[in-house]
Ligand binder design. Structure first.
Ligand code: FAD
Length: 435
């Protein structure tokens, strides 16, 4: 039989469950990727991320060609693409790895309906998680979720298909090599970096170094996980062989699945604070403060350096993400939704469920029992960037200043933007805001 395999967030042929099944069960497989205009339009500054996506697709296309197949890329709404393919080429099924994000589910739903109308099978697999998160009883606290998560892991990898037999189509597909989609080359992120990094990364030192802003101590695998360039099962295997099944790195992978678990059980989470008592916070939403924040002009070198990192690299260190999220919601008293959409604009690893979850958590409105988590930007700078290597990398104009000055812009007058708020004065207001 002839089937379509629909690539979404799983741009690999190795250990790709739905692709494996499609090839096992069919004579001909048409691998398809679709650029969805309504999604592309939502992201204003998507160009370098689209650049990464296009490079990843070229890489995938070569892998598919090595197996004798061909990747077809389209730029249209999926239901239109699939309707044409189904009717013109006698497609009997569409195979795909199931989407779990809000926007992914919405798109998938339209295709599912189309298949039903056309009498075509829509076959999905859960390949986006290490555990069967929908089988885990609802747990609102991460540590409780983790205990079940560990017991529900599905770690068996599947091999890449021996052969992909693709029929020739006569369709106005887009040429990803000459790419007609607006994009810029991404100079920081390359498709093959992930596999190399997985081999070279020292998982044993992760726990010790992961919070240091001045050290390359986290895996930087997030863009590869987001687009599925490497399978989670493979990452789990390599990390657990190096550092054990209960290592900190694997606990972080479980955090990602925890946010999806929350979303599955509380879908309103996208826009609504998880904690009911925090739904009536009167955010101050001062446009001027927000502008200073997104333009990296807060007067706190650490905060500004982190924002510059995000804009230059489309990625930000996790510790820095926590510090800036606390600063925006607590010190500036700006709605976490503003921060969430600012990150959406820039992050290469942007994942709406994970981003919303983390923003809610850092704004102390999410599923976490701890009442109020306020990061002091001065202490954080001293602790996690002791020699100001991080600050100086992104703010080279401050290179000559000593660390003690850069750490504490409230005590020391810097030849730099004046701090837009005084952290200590804001503390009293923050407690009122959250009361
Ligand atoms: P590592 O520290 O090496 O961790 C390995 C992997 O574990 C990551 O790649 C990621 O898949 C997962 N992970 C680590 N920390 C978390 C976490 N807190 N929540 C969920 N998964 C985690 N991560 C995203 O992938 N997409 C986002 O849109 C995103 N938005 C965030 C927003 C805020 C406000 C904060 C505080 C965190 C956000 N994170 C997000 C989580 C985390 O910051 C990134 O996953 C991490 O920095 C990626 O770098 P890494 O691969 O080097 O991480």
């Amino acid at each position: 039989r002839r089937v379509i395999f629909w690539f979404k967030r799983d741009l690999r042929i190795d250990d790709n469950r739905a692709l494996f099944e499609a090839c096992q069960n069919s004579f001909e497989v048409i691998p398809v990727f679709i650029f969805i205009p309504s999604i592309l339009e939502r992201f204003k500054s998507y160009d370098r991320r689209t650049g990464f996506l296009i490079e990843s697709l070229k890489h995938l296309s070569k892998e598919i060609e090595k197996k004798g197949g061909r990747l077809y890329c389209f730029h249209d709404e999926p239901q239109r693409v699939f309707l044409t393919l189904i009717r013109k080429y006698g497609i009997q099924a569409i195979f795909t790895n199931r989407a779990f994000s809000w926007s992914g589910e919405e798109v998938e739903e339209t295709v599912k309906k189309l298949c039903l109308n056309e009498g075509v099978d829509f076959v999905t697999f859960n390949d986006n998680f290490l555990a069967e998160i929908d089988k885990i009883p609802y747990r609102k606290i991460y540590s409780k979720f983790y205990r079940y998560w560990e017991q529900n892991l599905r770690l068996t990898e599947v091999s890449s298909p021996e052969r992909i037999n693709t029929p020739k189509l006569n369709e106005p597909e887009i040429d990803i090599v000459a790419s007609e989609i607006s994009h810029e080359k991404n100079i920081v992120w390359k498709p093959d970096f992930g596999i190399r990094r997985l081999k070279e990364f020292d998982f044993n030192r992760y726990e010790e170094l992961r919070d240091r802003l001045d050290i390359d101590g986290t895996s930087k695998l997030s863009p590869y996980i987001r687009f599925g360039l490497i399978s989670l099962r493979k990452i789990y295997r390599v990390a657990s062989e190096a550092a054990g099944q209960d290592c900190q790195f694997i606990k972080e992978l479980a955090w990602r699945e925890f946010w999806y678990h929350i979303k599955l059980n509380f879908p309103q989470f996208k826009n609504l604070e998880f904690q009911e008592k925090r739904r009536k916070i009167r955010w101050q939403n001062d446009e001027k403060l927000y502008k200073a924040f997104i333009e990296a002009k807060t007067g706190y070198p650490l905060i500004d350096a982190a924002i510059i990192q995000l804009k230059q690299e489309n990625w930000m260190h996790n510790r820095a993400r926590m510090i800036v999220a606390s600063f925006l919601t607590k010190d500036l008293m700006i709605d976490w939704r503003w921060g969430e959409s600012f990150f959406m604009e820039h992050l290469i690893d942007y994942d709406e469920v994970v981003n919303v979850g983390n923003w809610q958590w850092n704004a102390s409105v999410g599923p976490d029992p701890k009442p109020l988590r306020i990061f002091n930007p001065i202490i954080q700078a001293k602790k996690f960037d002791p020699d100001c290597k991080f600050i100086k990398k992104y703010l080279p104009s401050l290179k000559k200043l000593p660390s003690f000055m850069l750490h504490d812009p409230l005590t020391h007058r810097l030849p730099y933007h004046k701090p837009i708020v005084n952290h200590f004065e804001r503390l009293i207001l923050i407690k009122k805001l959250y009361s």
